[in-house]
Design a protein around this ligand. Structure first.
Ligand code: HEC
Length: 489
């Protein structure tokens, strides 16, 4: 993955080169007066190449347009690109005007100062990019009323119209540039550009895009921990269950009396929807299309973080119900653990190693996840609440032990079973902390493709992985690409 430093390096390379070029020109001139021409075409090309490189790297770093347009890091990248483009334009324009005036030292001096200042500004922005923390990738606001939706079917007619409009607009921009550089007939160029812009007929946005809200691309900033999720569960039962039902099946006691049936808040809710838009719906209520609806807004009753907790609860619940089929990836719920060396840490503190999490049984007759020998490449974590194990973990045979009641209950949600039926359930977590596969008590004696492995796109898909070793390989071979921008606990 591209790092901040790589983006910053690309952003600082051009200004550094330009300043070096200006300094060299000055040295060649011998002292204060620049008598040799400033290498303008070279400067323009350098700035242009840098702008393209910064945009490409920034796009990767911010994971696409939403990140570029909505996050602090994205804004810095766009500002840098704008300054670099301006620099390229300024250098090219100065070059086009240089003949005749180039002989005058004050003119060249001013040109060098202008380019130097722009290069310095780009350098400062590059430094700012390099210093941004990971949180600067979090998307704060989506600035538009529409957003691209990969699931929206778009007709060929619409595509053709789009390309035509884009082509005409591109041509108009080229004419505007020409007007900037033209020595004569500027009005003609400008009129032609305006004419082309007027001709470009863009397709209506709803043919290409879905309606968006300010929070569309926001993700929960909260750590996905047992405590946050269970707190979300309590809030859900207090505020939402009356209509949506204690099982989130849309059959609450109040449901029948409502003008519209409350939605089922199960796996389908998370299939093709953005978390940020669900947050908006809960905060603002309504049917999401501006019509009257029985869904009240909770923006006043619940804080933004509390709504994230409710959504995280529903997400984990949905994973439990469906095994994650079709849903975007979820992180393994974070829990407090104590490891063999006596070290107390959290699940997030164990990242970097693939984890096996098993719910230990209290009695010998119950199914026990710890019976089979495990792959030595795995770090094992035993959930032992109610099992009567000592906290040192040795009696459970695992590297680390999570003995809390919250931990047990959170993983019961992830397994989709009541807490007293969790013993024997097993989970696989990859090096980055994503929950990748599970095996429920009573399932076939080996990990199979049927009990879902989460693919690299972050969605659950079947793989042919058979057994733990193959599963481990499959997880490593196809890591999940989406960044986890949540706070670590
Ligand atoms: C007074 C009853 C009521 C309560 C209380 C209620 N809802 Fe709803 N909710 C509805 C109804 C009815 C709809 C369907 C809206 C429509 O399409 O008109 C809905 C829709 C939704 C949707 C949109 C589902 C979709 O597919 O777009 C979400 C998400 C949601 N509710 C979450 C919640 C949460 C979370 C809470 C608790 C904080 C809650 N609701 C409390 C009645 C309620």
């Amino acid at each position: 993955m591209v790092s901040n430093a790589a983006v910053a390096l690309a952003a600082v390379a051009a200004p550094a080169g330009m300043l070096a070029g200006l300094a060299a020109a000055r040295r060649r001139a011998g002292g204060a007066a620049i008598t040799v021409g400033v290498p303008l075409p070279g400067q323009a090309a350098l700035a242009l190449i840098a702008a393209v490189a910064v945009l490409a790297l920034g796009w990767q770093r911010a994971q696409g347009a939403p990140g570029l347009l909505g996050s602090r890091l994205g804004h810095l990248v766009l500002a840098t690109v704008a300054v670099l483009l301006l620099t390229a334009l300024a250098a090219a324009w100065l070059h086009s005007r240089a003949t005749g005036r180039a002989a005058q030292a004050p003119w060249r001096h001013a040109a060098a100062m202008l380019l130097g200042a722009l290069a310095l500004l780009a350098g400062l922005l590059a430094a700012a990019i390099a210093w941004q923390p990971e949180e600067a990738l979090a998307i704060a606001h989506w600035p538009f009323a529409w957003r691209f939706d990969p699931d929206l079917p778009v007709g060929t007619q619409t595509w053709r119209r789009l390309w035509l409009a884009a082509g005409l607009t591109g041509l108009a921009l080229a004419l505007l540039l020409a007007a900037l550089f033209a020595r004569r007939g500027r009005l003609v160029w400008l009129t032609a550009a305006a004419g082309l812009l007027a001709c470009a007929s863009w397709p209506a946005p709803q043919l290409l895009m879905t309606e968006a809200t300010r929070t569309s691309y926001q993700r929960s900033p909260l750590a996905f921990t047992d405590r946050n999720v269970l707190q979300g569960g309590r809030l859900y039962q207090a505020h939402c269950a009356g209509c949506h039902g204690a099982q989130a099946d849309g059959r609450g006691p109040l449901a029948a009396g409502l003008p519209a049936w409350p939605s089922v808040l199960g796996p389908a809710l998370f299939e093709n929807r953005l978390e940020g838009e669900l947050h908006w719906r809960v905060a603002h209520g309504g049917d999401g299309r501006g019509g009257a609806s029985a869904m009240p807004g909770f923006g006043a009753a619940l804080g933004p973080d509390e709504i994230w907790q409710v959504l995280d609860y529903l997400r984990l619940r949905a994973y439990g119900v469906s095994g994650g089929m079709g849903m975007p990836a979820i992180p393994a719920p974070g829990v407090a653990v104590t490891c063999r060396d006596g070290r107390a840490t959290t699940l997030a503190g164990l990242r970097g190693l693939p984890l096996w999490i098993g719910a230990a049984a209290a009695s010998a007759s119950a199914p026990n996840a710890m019976q089979e020998p495990l792959d030595p490449r795995l770090l094992t974590v035993a959930l032992t609440w109610g099992g009567g194990y000592s906290a040192d973990g040795n009696s459970a045979g695992a590297d680390c032990v999570a003995s809390g009641e919250d931990a047990w209950n959170a993983y019961a949600l992830a397994a989709g079973v009541p807490p007293d039926a969790l013993a024997g359930a097993q989970f696989m977590v990859d090096r980055r902390g994503w929950l990748r596969a599970r095996r429920l008590p009573g399932a076939a004696p080996a990990w199979t493709s049927a009990d879902n492995v989460c693919g690299p796109g972050g969605r659950m898909e079947n793989t042919s992985a058979q057994g733990l070793g193959a599963l481990l390989l499959a997880m490593d071979r196809a890591p999940i690409g989406i960044p986890d921008t949540r706070r670590w606990q």
